[in-house]
Design a binder for this molecule. Structure first.
Ligand code: SF4
Ligand code: SF4
Length: 352
């Protein structure tokens, strides 16, 4: 683990230094919220920000992406990908976890070339969180409150200075040639350790059980009537999946040119919460009930993705809870399932 120190006053100079080679994106205020967007000056963004509306996933899996172009006579077929070298500043540790999971999903078995090309062009500069983003955040319960890997550089706010933890050679290259970067002293290391130790008490555990029990809890709750209760109130709007850093379901369609000479194949975001998602040939819908769609969503978050990729599918970012108009949240859902399972277990013990 190696660290460097930069005075905060040098932040804008560093941004200008990076702009010589990279597009810079960072959390910008917009309509009372924060969104990741392109910046040209340090005054345009904040590193101490609550959660962004969409996670930085949008730079890896855009909402709409042209995959290839072709001619209808079959003489031309070309993959479309033109990634721009981009530095993402201020990525929260929960969103790092989301990208780590996406890295596995898009490279395990079949490698998604478009994802990989974009990922190789992305430089992740994460930022240590010292306060929960919102009342819905439960990153501590999900084990995503610290940065262990995935970042290229990780910034720790030390008051007058920023400490940079260097995660990769890509990260190191972002500091090369910049003058206001210094080696750490013993005192700096003590400051880093102190701020790390002090932050934990500000983040409450919000699940009533340990995250390692989540997959089994969901397995045991597969037939719970709670899914019907969620299905009764869920609007099927899909907002929860649109804002989620670990949802990646997509649709693919062809757009044929008006001249009928050629066309483009386009990938767009989709949502398992929308009725049409599971409609297949003959009009059959293999997940026709909203209750089944809610169950599928939470099973993916707490069990299926962990089974398939070895990482829990929920980062605890709280975005879905913030976005849901009927107050369906992972914390309430998981805790309610836990309570009901314990009640059933108690009754079974009493009956013996
Ligand atoms: S399920 Fe909700 S809390 Fe979990 S990662 Fe997705 S948006 Fe965040
Ligand atoms: S945001 Fe809420 S209402 Fe909309 S689909 Fe998700 S859980 Fe249902």
């Amino acid at each position: 683990m190696s660290y460097k120190i930069m005075p905060k006053s040098a932040l804008n100079d560093w941004v200008q230094h990076l702009r010589q080679k990279f597009t810079i994106v960072a959390p910008k205020p917009k309509h009372g919220q924060f969104v990741f967007g392109e910046v040209t000056d340090a005054s345009e963004f904040a590193l101490d920000y609550p959660s962004t509306v969409l996670p930085p996933k949008k730079y890896l899996v855009p909402t709409q992406e042209e995959l290839l172009s072709y001619s209808l006579d079959g003489s031309h077929f070309e993959m479309r990908t033109e990634p721009v070298p981009t530095v993402v500043l201020g990525v929260h540790t929960c969103d790092l976890h989301g990208i780590k999971l996406l890295d596995r999903i898009f490279s395990q078995g079949y490698t998604d070339t478009h994802y990989k090309t974009r990922r190789n062009s992305l430089y992740l500069v994460s930022y240590e969180c010292f306060e929960p983003c919102t009342e819905h955040s439960f990153c501590r319960s999900m084990g995503t409150l610290s940065a262990t890997d995935t970042f290229d550089l990780h910034i720790i706010n030390l008051g007058e200075d920023f400490a940079f933890e260097i995660g990769t050679q890509k990260g190191e290259s972002l500091l090369e040639g910049f003058q206001s970067i210094f080696n750490v002293t013993e005192v700096d290391i003590e400051r880093i350790n102190t701020v790390h130790q002090e932050k934990w008490q500000r983040f409450p555990y919000r699940l009533d059980f340990d995250v390692t029990e989540l997959a089994e809890l969901l397995t045991n709750s597969y037939t719970s009537t709670y899914w019907d209760e969620l299905g009764d109130i869920c609007l099927g709007c899909g907002m929860c999946t649109q804002v989620c850093p670990t949802c990646y379901c997509f649709d693919i369609h062809d757009e044929v040119d008006l001249t009928l000479d050629g066309g483009h194949r386009v990938r767009t975001w989709d949502s398992c919460q929308i009725r049409m998602f599971a409609t297949v040939a003959g009009g059959h819908n293999f997940r026709a009930e909203q209750a089944a769609r809610q169950r599928h969503r939470f099973m993916r978050k707490g069990k299926y993705q962990e089974d398939a990729y070895g990482l829990v599918g929920c980062t605890g970012c709280g975005r879905c809870a913030q976005a849901c108009l009927v107050d369906i949240t992972p914390v309430k859902t998981f805790n309610e399932l836990y309570k009901r399972r314990n009640n059933i277990a108690e009754k079974e013990t009493e009956a013996k």
